[in-house]
Design a binder for this molecule. Structure first.
Ligand code: HEC
Length: 176
């Protein structure tokens, strides 16, 4: 009796572990995607798509792309590559990853904290004449605040070299 019971437990446990492993192995890494500051995006290839949409990105980052181009492009340039007025945010992100970037003269623990503080409160810089707020805070811009994780993911995907297009990426969540 007991041994049958043990066999049953063993069998179900094996089945359970196996189904878990095979599901992980079969998925291409985005099916169970959950946004975290450490892994704020996924990029997958869509061989059936045209042009820039061959690279498809997760939903939040796709909206991040759109909101970026409505609100940040004007200063930070196309695909955050910088302008004569504002920095290339791909470079900034890499500095932040190394812990080198200090934003508003505060030490940040993570790139996400640096990003949030800068976008919400703006960027202040000490000049000879005093503190100048060169980047306006976006804390009251609803579109930006509701898509902040996506904007971060969009920039991280480009800074990591995973999203190489500077045009509109495809919608990764549609690819099955
Ligand atoms: C009015 C122009 C302007 C707009 C609009 C703007 N920025 Fe900026 N931003 C700047 C400038 C200028 C700096 C750099 C200030 C400096 O280095 O003195 C900056 C800095 C930053 C930084 C910090 C860069 C670093 O090297 O630490 C981040 C992050 C950033 N911006 C993100 C954004 C995002 C995201 C948006 C859109 C929601 C946005 N910015 C919109 C002008 C702008």
């Amino acid at each position: 009796m007991i041994s049958y019971f043990n066999k049953f437990i063993f069998f179900s446990l094996t089945l359970f572990i196996f189904s878990f492993i095979s599901k992980e192995a079969l998925s291409d890494g985005h099916a169970n995607f959950e946004w975290t500051p450490e892994k704020p995006y996924y990029v997958i290839e869509d061989p059936n798509a045209e042009g820039s949409e061959k690279q498809a990105i997760n939903k939040a980052s796709y909206y991040g792309y759109r909101i970026f181009h409505q609100n940040c492009h004007v200063c930070h340039g196309k695909a955050a590559r910088g302008s004569s007025f504002a920095p290339n945010l791909l470079d900034s992100y890499k500095y932040a990853q190394k812990g080198e970037k200090m934003g508003n003269k505060v030490k940040y623990d993570t790139p996400y904290e640096w990003f949030l503080d800068t976008v919400v409160n703006g960027y202040k810089r000490e000049m000879a004449g005093g503190t100048v707020n060169v980047m306006p805070g976006h804390g009251d811009v609803t579109d930006v605040m509701t898509n902040i994780d996506g904007i971060f993911g969009y920039i991280a995907a480009m800074a990591d070299g995973k999203l190489t297009t500077t045009n509109r990426p495809g919608k990764g969540w549609k690819i099955k």
